[in-house]
Design a protein around this ligand. Structure first.
Ligand SMILES: *Cc1c(COP(=O)(O)O)cnc(C)c1O
Length: 387
């Protein structure tokens, strides 16, 4: 059992007892993968599962994508790869951080494909296979992010190096786009051209460039294999357009208390003043649950004109007021009918009713960070794929 099944451990809360819950819609997850596979056209479509499947649970996400048809999976670390291997015996699992000295054993034992990110890693990999072992690798080429990967000129030199060890034959070239979420950004086409020049220099090799946003840039960017992540989990890949993906994660917190307060009184740390007589719902959620402090008032973002977050209670949008604390957050429910909100009710923080990207924006961040910061205090409920 994964540690996320809190109900599996009898001393801990069972379903219905917890302060907050995540509902993870595996049908929507599978539908989102199929949608990205359709958009990938002739290219194969992988699934990116790093950071515990963007916070929703590596094993559940891996099984769901495999069931939908995915056979290629990307994780960040060899440890994530080893965990995923136990769930998906026949998948191809690529490790984006590559192979460093001391990690070789994990790649062989769990049949993981390292994505080589530097000349140093190339040396480590060549040494690891110097006994004649036949193990695949992918070569990462940096085309404009200055993050990981060989520089284009070094990759070209390697491709044309007659002395290149015959045993070094990457099965695929990979690069990553820096600005795919801004379709008009000129770096997109520059990266595409640089990547093409390397792909052409290596004869007849698979290639992968597009993350979620890159898939939306069109066929030129698809190459052999696409690598969607955030879109699969319902996040918005492209800035400024309506998000076409289905919401996957719904986060809710229990209301612990509803209280009345007078205009002129204040709420939470730092004493945010109340402009009117107010009814306030105290929700059992806080920054320790990844409900970030920047979502609340009294922070510089508000001064910059970015409004705070809202939740949804009984179908109505209610604004967060005052500062988010470690375990508790205030919501203004004054405009809801008196008596309609009770202790024990659940407020939606994001998900089906409240778009996750809107909540992320209120915190000055992106849905990626919100999802991967959720922490382990939620009761997690997985809704099975509908047959
Ligand atoms: C995280 C990551 C992806 C997935 O990106 P999304 O924007 O989540 O679709 C693809 N490729 C690489 C190299 C990554 O690090």
């Amino acid at each position: 059992m994964s540690p996320h099944h809190s109900h599996a451990r009898s001393s801990l809360p069972i379903a219905g007892e917890d302060h907050a819950r995540l509902t993870i819609d595996l049908s929507a997850l599978a539908d989102n993968w199929r949608a990205m596979a359709r958009r990938s056209g002739a290219a194969r479509t992988a699934a990116v599962l790093k950071a515990d499947g963007y916070g929703i649970g590596l094993e559940h996400a891996g099984r769901t994508f495999h069931h939908a048809g995915a056979r290629d999976f990307f994780v960040a670390t060899p440890a994530e790869g080893a965990t995923l291997r136990a769930v998906l015996p026949d998948a191809r699992i690529y490790v984006l951080s590559g192979m460093w000295a001391g990690s070789e054993r994990l790649f062989f034992e769990f049949d993981l494909v390292p994505v080589i990110v530097s000349e140093e890693q190339l040396v480590v990999f060549m040494a690891a296979v110097s006994d004649g072992r036949d193990h695949p690798c992918v070569l990462h080429v940096d085309t404009g992010m200055n993050r990981l990967g060989l520089r284009v000129e070094d990759a070209l030199a390697l491709a044309n190096d007659a002395a290149r060890p015959a045993s070094f034959s990457p099965i695929m070239l990979l690069s990553h786009l820096a600005c795919a979420d801004e379709p008009a950004h000129p770096l997109n086409r520059q990266q595409l051209q640089r990547f093409r020049s390397v792909v052409e220099a290596f004869d007849d090799i698979d290639a992968s460039l597009a993350n979620s946003a890159g898939i939306f840039l069109g066929e030129d960017y698809h190459f052999t294999l696409t690598r969607p992540g955030i879109a699969l989990y319902g996040g918005s890949a492209v800035n400024g357009v309506e998000n076409p993906m289905k919401p996957v994660v719904t986060a809710e917190a229990r209301i612990l208390q509803v209280r009345e307060a007078k205009a002129g009184e204040s709420v939470s740390y730092g004493a945010t003043p109340l402009a009117r007589d107010s009814r306030i719902a105290i929700a059992a959620i806080g920054y320790a649950d990844g409900y970030m402090r920047t979502l609340g008032a009294g922070v510089p973002l508000r001064a910059a004109g970015i409004p705070g977050a809202s939740g949804v209670l009984h179908g109505r949008t209610v604004p967060l007021i005052g500062r988010v604390t470690m375990d508790l957050t205030h919501f203004d429910v004054t405009d809801l009918p008196p008596g309609s909100v009770r202790a024990g009710d659940f407020i939606e923080l994001f998900g089906r009713a409240m778009p996750i990207q809107d909540v992320a924006r209120a915190a000055g961040t992106v849905d990626y960070e919100l999802l991967t910061s959720l922490g382990n205090r939620y009761e997690r409920r997985y809704e099975a794929v509908k047959k």
